[in-house]
Design a protein around this ligand. Structure first.
Ligand code: 13P
Length: 247
């Protein structure tokens, strides 16, 4: 069985002082293997967190990447730049970027491709809004979002990670039940299976108000291979409880 992956998404939070305190507090709980642990930090802090985690098992992640390799794209950060900071994971297509920055399925697919080309694992986020769920469109929406990534990335699709993040569960304290999450994870797995014979390799993470209290039940589901954690990743004690539940 593959190791579970627990990734913290710090979003736009942090400072030199709080980052240092947080990383120092989580490092002892990350040691010893059993699951892979990563923190996806704001780009300006990649160097700091990279230094703090040197010689440890904590993996470094970023929160976005440009589709472009280089050039006149003010404000963008390329995959090659991330790679220089030893970034192993990059979140692409988070619902906050789809919603506030107009990112389309096609752009998200291209971002996944740019990451893969640089040897970075994209964590591709998919998920439905509350309105879409209530209209019975959950399956249609996540399949459409996933299909774009499969179409653009061909046989490389087994190298990605996926995060199912129902938009209504993000930062709201409302978590999908383990059964609700498993249902979507199973259909994403089936979609990947149809695209690659290595679909079992793909980590399908759950994200959306995952916390110390609900992690165990979610992670016990057969197709939930880890978590993408927002709020709870900013509190060392909570984050480490989730890591412990994934072991
Ligand atoms: P919360 O864990 O704060 O709900 O955020 C989830 C998320 O968006 C992770 O990417």
């Amino acid at each position: 069985m593959k190791k579970k992956l627990i990734a913290g998404n710090w979003k736009m939070n942090g400072s030199f002082a709080t980052n240092e305190a947080l990383v120092r507090a989580i490092l002892p709980g990350v040691a010893g293997g059993g699951c892979t642990v990563a923190v996806c930090v704001p780009a300006p802090y990649l160097a700091q967190v990279n230094m703090l985690r040197t010689m440890t098992e904590l993996q470094l992640g970023a929160q976005d990447v440009s589709v472009h390799e280089q050039g006149a794209f003010t404000g963008e950060v390329s995959a090659a730049m991330l790679k220089e900071f030893l970034v192993r994971y990059v979140i692409v297509g988070h619902s906050e970027r789809r919603q506030y920055h107009g990112e389309t399925d096609a752009l998200v697919a291209d971002k996944a491709k740019a990451a893969l080309a640089a040897g970075i694992t994209p964590i591709v986020c998919v998920g439905e809004t509350l309105a879409e769920r209530e209209a019975g469109k959950t399956e249609e929406v996540v399949k459409r979002q996933m299909a774009a990534v499969i179409h653009t990335n061909g046989h490389c699709i087994s190298e990605i990670a996926v995060a199912y993040e129902p938009v209504w569960a993000i930062g709201t304290g409302k978590t999908a039940t383990p059964e609700q999450a498993q249902q979507v994870h199973a259909l994403l797995r089936a979609q990947l299976k149809a695209a690659t014979e290595h679909s079992e390799r793909v980590h399908i993470l759950y994200g959306g108000s995952m916390n110390a209290g609900n992690a165990q039940a979610l992670l016990a589901q057969p197709d939930i291979d880890g978590g993408l954690i927002g709020g709870a990743s900013l509190k060392a004690e909570d984050f480490l409880k989730i890591v412990a539940a994934a072991r």
